[in-house]
Design a protein around this ligand. Sequence first.
Ligand SMILES: C[S@@+](CC[C@H](N)C(=O)[O-])C[C@H]1O[C@@H](n2cnc3c(N)ncnc32)[C@H](O)[C@@H]1O
Length: 258
Amino acid sequence: MHIKKHHSRLLTSSQIDRADRILDARIKSRTPLAYLLNEAWLGRHRFFVDQRVIIPRSFIAEFIETGLAQWLPARRKKLRALDLCTGSGCLAIVLAKTFRGMHVDAVDVSGPALEVAHVNIKRHHLQSRTRAILSDLLTGIPESVRYDLIVSNPPYVRTSSMRALPMEYRHEPTLALAGGTDGLELVSRILDSARQYLTPKGVLVLEVGHNKKAMEKTFPRLPILWLDTLSSEGMLALIEAKDIPERSKPRGQKRGKT
Ligand SMILES: C[S@@+](CC[C@H](N)C(=O)[O-])C[C@H]1O[C@@H](n2cnc3c(N)ncnc32)[C@H](O)[C@@H]1O
């Protein structure tokens, strides 16, 4: 009944024009609807988006709301977390909204993406507990800082798959998708330095897409707990700080097997 009523609502001519323009862009340029409407949803949270950021769809959001609590220390008031590769700021915001006492740093190397993150942090009224930081992964974070949690949904699409991406994905920033030859370029850099930024009982949660096998091959000795969500299997890796090797080489040097 409600749907029928909604569908039979009369539109003004300017609303019809706008709908036509959106349909036209969606069909002809295959622009994702989220960019056309400047709106994307991650679970029950709404975010502003435009082409400066990837459209939020990380499985980490569901884990934050349903499975993360057991991995955090009981004293919840002073929790400190980092969302590496934050894009629109969506995961940082889901963290701050789920854990009321948590302070969250949201890092991205893209200035334009951080402008969008700022908009979202403000819209969710989280300026007092969430700050956006321009940094190439962890290189801009003071070495004295320690986090209880680092989450990251880094770019992880392999170079060979980048070429085969559907048109819709090509409207998203390449910087948000391209993960190098094996898709693990950013993941490896994060693993290289994450330990020193985590508390002794801290945890790292990484989204790696379809790169589970490649990750196990590249890091054969790394204890990884693979987390499933309602809509993903083996795409989220949880690694405890104590299991991450200490950084053994200067920043920026090529990786080896862990
Ligand atoms: C897959 S998107 C994830 C965005 C957001 N966290 C989400 O889940 O929707 C990856 C993000 O990593 C950022 N990025 C790429 N290289 C980076 C680097 N070296 N340091 C920090 N951020 C980086 C991109 O700008 C992009 O915003």
